[in-house]
Design a binder for this molecule. Structure first.
Ligand SMILES: NC(=O)c1ccc[n+]([C@@H]2O[C@H](COP(=O)([O-])OP(=O)(O)OC[C@H]3O[C@@H](n4cnc5c(N)ncnc54)[C@H](OP(=O)(O)O)[C@@H]3O)[C@@H](O)[C@H]2O)c1
Length: 190
């Protein structure tokens, strides 16, 4: 098999696609995310979301984000399986069976099991979840869309890390003349 095709098939990648406030929050002090839509978007520009989700195999999502999505008054928005991280949730609600799956344990073990099911390109979502992945240096790519509002508090995207993690910026776009989106790729020198 051609080397490039083989390496593409075998590629494991953990990606983040998330929006933050200017001061780095993903939810406000009340846990709300309505400020994400504070910039008028009359043409419903998806800002790269459709392209991004077309190249992922599955999601790994924290319990809080899962419950937030379940509470939206919309159809289930994901085509791919969603693995929900939780130590407290006893089971996935009936409506989401066959769409979402409960997982817990060490992140490295969870990822290995997901890979064994054939899902290699993972969308990692939720603040505490992303922070947990970063603590173990398990994030390869981050696409961060910055909404120009200062919230002054809330749920932070980032937290303390045991050591520096270096990324390079591989792209930057401005949407609606107000929103900046940066693509970062983890640089590993090993
Ligand atoms: N701005 C955006 O684009 C964006 C995107 C996604 C989410 N959000 C918002 O961000 C907020 C959610 O963030 P969050 O920081 O609360 O985090 P989260 O990652 O969604 O959920 C945290 C929960 O996930 C579970 N969890 C995380 N890591 C785990 C692990 N290693 N093992 C077992 N369980 C684990 C725990 O659930 P248990 O407590 O059940 O053990 C933990 O309390 C929500 O308000 C959501 O709407 C915003």
């Amino acid at each position: 098999m051609c080397k490039t095709i083989k390496s593409k098939i075998l590629e494991n990648i953990n990606s983040v696609f998330i929006a933050t406030s200017l001061d780095g929050y993903i939810a406000d002090k009340n846990g709300a995310i309505d400020w994400l839509h504070s910039i008028p978007n009359p043409g419903n520009l998806d800002m790269g979301y459709i392209e991004f989700t077309s190249r992922i195999d599955a999601l790994v999502m924290g319990r809080t984000t899962f419950e937030t999505v379940c509470a939206f008054d919309i159809d289930w928005p994901y085509k791919q399986p969603v693995f929900v991280l939780s130590n407290t949730l006893k089971k996935i609600p009936e409506d989401y069976k066959n769409k979402a799956f409960l997982v817990k344990g060490l992140l490295t073990d969870i990822i290995e099991k997901i890979h064994q099911k054939g899902f290699r390109r993972l969308y990692i979502d939720g603040g505490a979840t992303i922070q947990g992945f970063l603590k173990e240096d398990l994030i390869d790519e981050m696409i961060i869309t910055v909404i120009p509002v200062l919230l002054g508090g809330g749920t932070s995207l980032f937290s303390e890390l045991p050591n520096d993690l270096e990324f390079e910026c591989t792209g930057s776009k401005v949407y609606l003349k107000k929103i900046v989106q940066n693509h970062f790729r983890r640089i590993r020198n090993d």
